[in-house]
Design a protein around this ligand. Structure first.
Ligand code: GDP
Length: 295
């Protein structure tokens, strides 16, 4: 099943997960979906949040998951992600900073699955990381001088990793340095065999930025499994927002990147202020991780 498969692959990604995804049997869902009616997220969202309707063909169906026409799929609220039987052990019990690495080869080598957070500077990456682990200062480790350009590994429940990658698009960074960061993170994306999914953070309070679109298309064209995390979804003010609400920006971003992906990537709307999306991120990570561990 070609989850995340782009239309024009440039490079064959070495991730064993991707190989597993494309080799796994095609779920029946594709044939039965069309007979279902459009699914609304209304029932799964908080009353104070605006809802997005996700058409059936825009849902992300995790591997080894079947949807039968008689039972409507359960969808994680504020996302396009269908809940699977692998969604268990989603709680964070412990979170510990392990190490900062300056190259892929130096990263922990115990073979545990990992998820990497990346996004434009100021997108809300540190806030989200702290919201996920429910600690105020954990991600600050990665904000210390010298660590912002590193691959920072946090061990969760002594069984898997959250990885904080250098932010991109710093306005003040010299061009040379920006290029280095690109090379550095790209090498990690292409060569880290335990990487289950990249979590690309996109600010939903502003219209799509060119650099974010470039990043998403690069991940798509290189077949790197990707989840889009829309941040700052609590920001409802229209100023500096081109008159658009987060829901509209979320929709626009997906339309803009759709040509790079054959299958729709999973996405989740989040806010570190209201903790919207926190449980959904953890459930999504759990179901990808548990599938990965079993295959
Ligand atoms: P980073 O540079 O990507 O690590 O971003 P930070 O986590 O440091 O956040 C950048 C700025 O955005 C800070 O002023 C945060 O308070 C703010 N911010 C982060 N997440 C949210 C969010 O979910 N909602 C709102 N309204 N502001 C946020």
């Amino acid at each position: 099943m070609a989850f995340f498969l782009p239309l024009a692959p440039i490079h064959h990604h070495s991730s064993s997960l991707f190989t597993r995804f494309i080799l796994s049997p095609k779920p029946k869902t594709l044939t039965t979906l069309s007979s279902l009616t459009a699914t609304t997220l209304q029932d799964f969202t908080h009353p104070e949040q605006t809802h997005l309707q996700v058409p059936q063909d825009k849902l992300f169906i995790p591997p080894d998951t079947q949807i039968l026409s008689e039972t409507p799929p359960r969808i994680l609220k504020g996302s396009n992600i269908v809940l699977s039987k692998y969604a268990k052990d989603a709680q964070v019990i412990s979170a510990d900073f392990v190490k900062s690495s300056v190259e892929t080869e130096a990263c922990p080598s115990d073979g545990s699955p990992e998820f990497a957070l990346v996004g434009r500077s100021n997108v809300g990456k540190s806030s989200l990381l702290n919201s996920i682990v429910r600690r105020k200062k954990l991600a600050l480790t990665s904000k210390k001088p010298g660590k912002t350009q590193c691959i920072n590994h946090f061990r969760i429940n002594d069984s898997w990793y959250l990885v904080d990658l250098p932010g991109y698009g710093y306005a003040s960074a010299p061009n040379e340095l920006r290029k280095d960061w690109n090379k550095f993170t790209k090498d990690y994306f292409l060569n880290r065999s335990t990487l289950v999914s990249v979590f690309l953070l996109i600010d939903a309070s502003i219209p799509a930025k060119k650099i974010d679109l470039e990043y998403a298309s690069w991940l798509g064209q290189n077949q790197v499994p990707m989840t889009i995390i829309f941040t700052k979804c609590d920001k409802r003010k229209k100023k500096k927002n081109g008159g658009k609400h987060p829901e509209e920006n979320v929709q626009d971003f997906q339309d803009l990147i759709s040509e790079y992906f054959e299958a729709v990537p999973p996405w989740i709307m989040t806010s570190s202020v209201t903790n919207q999306g926190r449980d959904e991120i953890l459930l999504h990570m759990a179901q990808l991780r548990n599938y990965w561990l079993k295959h």
